[in-house]
Design a protein around this ligand. Structure first.
Ligand SMILES: C[S@@+](CC[C@H](N)C(=O)[O-])C[C@H]1O[C@@H](n2cnc3c(N)ncnc32)[C@H](O)[C@@H]1O
Length: 316
């Protein structure tokens, strides 16, 4: 059940009207702007000198002004497209970074366990990535999976696995954003999304759509970090609240995936702080959205040993 001490705010960016009052995020281009990065542009004197020189010439505008100015005028479509590029780049190293983190597998295993999956169930995996969750469902029992993702590169890697494992009859992949789902009503027994739906800025219509596509008694399962990133971007209290979660994640990534995983998670953390294509909310907020969409029962369970990750099962 939803824990009593979870924070509920009314600032969830669930529709465009509310979002107009919520500070938007900024675009981050991995490594390109950070002068401390060894990948910053090299010049005479080697990368370090080039980095120092660009640091000295940096824009002296206070950071929070840069944040707000760069986002002005961006439409949701543009934000979604940039986010897609981030995943295109990550796809090739996904299984060697997040895919190596024990906590991620424990999250996926808990999703499968709590899903109550039965033989011949029809499943929709939203934001399937390289297919880690879908393959765990199929490992558990014989079922049919529709897997969607907005990133062509993620799907390419998943498709290679499907063909290698002779699963073309069992899994159908499509490049589609959660925001563009147009499945028939009452089609699926289970709709699942692991660490994917927090990328959706306007969550309310997507969850209503999920509700419609589920059969009566069907289950919607969300596996996510229980991290409320709503609020004003330049609020230091919000920053500390988010960093509290991110430090645990950085340590885990370093421990289990080494420097490549840490580097990816570190960059990713910055995107979460600035709501740059990452719009995490807490589980009481997810539960509220599900309730508003019509779901009857919502149960939230923490991932053992990694309690800041949780799984919500909402039943239609
Ligand atoms: C962190 S990965 C999670 C992948 C997989 N579910 C897992 O647990 O390993 C997030 C995935 O969501 C996808 N994604 C991001 N925004 C999306 C959107 N609006 N609609 C559909 N997929 C999206 C990304 O391309 C990426 O593959």
């Amino acid at each position: 059940m939803v824990r009593a001490n979870q924070t509920v705010t009314d600032e969830i960016p669930i529709n465009k009207e509310q979002a107009q009052n919520t500070p938007a995020g900024t675009r981050l281009h991995r490594h390109s702007r950070d002068p401390a990065s060894p990948r910053a542009s090299a010049g005479a004197g080697g990368p370090f000198m080039a980095a120092l020189s660009s640091w000295n010439k940096r824009d002296k505008t206070p950071q929070h002004n840069i944040t707000i100015n760069t986002i002005k005028g961006k439409t949701m479509k543009q934000v979604t497209k940039d986010n897609r590029e981030w995943f295109q780049e990550w796809a090739n190293e996904y299984d060697n970074t997040l895919g190596k983190v024990k906590r991620h597998h424990k999250l996926l295993d808990l999703v499968v366990k709590l899903s109550g999956i039965k033989r011949n169930d029809q499943i929709l995996d939203i934001g399937c990535g390289t297919g880690l969750l879908s393959l765990k469902f199929l490992n558990k029992t014989d079922c049919t999976i529709t897997a969607i993702d907005s990133s062509a590169q993620m799907l390419k890697i998943f498709q290679e696995k499907i063909e290698k494992c002779n699963l073309t009859e069992k899994i159908h992949c499509a490049q589609k954003s959660a925001e563009d789902m147009d499945f028939k009503s009452n089609q699926f027994d289970i709709i699942a999304a692991t660490v994917a739906l927090h990328h959706v800025k306007f969550k309310e219509p997507v969850i209503k759509n999920v509700y419609d596509s589920l059969k009566a008694g069907g289950r919607f399962i969300i596996g996510e970090i229980d991290m409320d990133t709503t609020g004003k971007l330049d609020d230091p209290k919000r920053l500390l609240r988010i960093l509290n979660y991110l430090t645990k994640e950085y340590a885990l990534a370093m421990k289990e995936g080494g420097i490549p995983a840490f580097e990816r998670m570190y960059d990713n953390g910055k995107k979460h702080i600035l709501n740059d294509g990452e719009y995490c909310i807490g589980f009481s907020q997810w539960a509220k959205l599900c309730k508003n969409a019509g779901f009857k029962n919502m149960e939230v369970s923490p991932v053992k040993e990694f309690e800041w990750f949780k799984v919500l099962v909402a039943t239609k």
